[in-house]
Design a protein. Structure first.
Length: 213
C-alpha cells in the first residue's frame, strides 16, 4: 500500500510504511535530518535533499564565526595589528572619515558661531571644526584684534588651524590661534597700510589633536 507524504506524521511512519512513498510534484518536501532511510522490502532508499542545505548552513556558520572573531579583534581596544590593513571602502569613526576623496572630520562634528558686540568679544563653540563669523567693523591699518574662542575640545597641546576663508576682503588679513585648555586665543590682523571696509570676515578652524610624549 502506498502513502502520500501528507499522510505521514513522523519519521517512524516513513521508516515503517510498506510499499512506496508518493511525493506529489507540486508539493515541497522539507527534511529536518541529513538523510531519511525508507525500509521497503529490506532495501534502503536514502533521501539526500537536506544534505546540500546542511552543507550551505555549515559554510554560513563558519562565515559567522569568522566575522565574530574579526569583530572581537576590532572591539579589543588593547590589541595590536601586526602587518598592513587594507580597506577597499571608507574608514569612518565617530568623528572622522578617510575616503578616496580625502580625509577629515565627518558631517555632524562641525558648527558655526557669530561674534556679537565687538571684534574682541569671546565666542563659544564646542566643535572640532567649523566657522566663526566676526563682528562687522572697520579694522584699522596694521591693527590686530584679539578674542577668546571657548571650545571644550581644545587642549594646550593641540594644533588649532585657522584661516580667513570667506566674506570680507580676501588676502587682507592674517589669522593665528594660540591653544589653551578649553579655549584658544585668536588674533585677527589687518596687515595692509589701509583700513579695511566695514565687513564681517568668516574664519574657518580645525582642531588637530596632538601629544608631546
Amino acid at each position: 500500500m502506498s502513502k502520500k507524504i501528507s499522510e505521514l506524521t513522523n519519521l517512524n511512519d516513513i521508516s515503517s510504511a510498506p510499499g512506496s512513498i508518493l511525493i506529489p510534484v507540486a508539493n515541497t518536501v522539507s527534511l529536518s535530518t541529513n538523510s531519511v532511510k525508507v525500509d521497503t522490502l529490506r532495501n534502503y532508499i536514502t533521501i539526500h535533499a537536506n544534505s546540500a542545505y546542511n552543507t550551505a548552513n555549515s559554510v554560513n556558520t563558519y562565515s559567522q564565526a569568522a566575522f565574530a572573531k574579526a569583530n572581537n579583534a576590532l572591539a579589543n581596544t588593547t590589541g595590536t595589528l601586526a602587518g598592513d590593513l587594507t580597506v577597499t571602502g571608507n574608514v569612518v569613526t565617530s568623528t572622522s572619515t578617510i575616503t578616496s576623496a580625502g580625509m577629515g572630520y565627518k558631517q555632524g562634528t562641525g558648527g558655526q558661531v557669530t561674534q556679537t558686540g565687538s571684534r574682541t568679544d569671546a565666542v563659544t563653540l564646542n566643535a572640532l571644526t567649523g566657522r566663526i563669523t566676526l563682528y562687522n567693523v572697520i579694522t584699522p591699518a596694521e591693527y590686530s584684534d584679539t578674542f577668546t574662542f571657548n571650545n571644550s575640545f581644545i587642549t594646550a597641546n593641540d594644533l588649532v588651524y585657522v584661516a580667513h576663508i570667506s566674506s570680507g576682503t580676501m588676502a587682507l588679513y592674517d589669522v593665528t590661534a594660540t591653544p589653551q585648555n578649553g579655549s584658544a586665543v585668536i588674533t585677527f590682523r589687518n596687515n595692509s597700510n589701509d583700513p579695511s571696509p566695514p565687513e564681517s570676515p568668516v574664519i574657518g578652524f580645525m582642531v588637530f589633536k596632538a601629544a608631546i610624549t
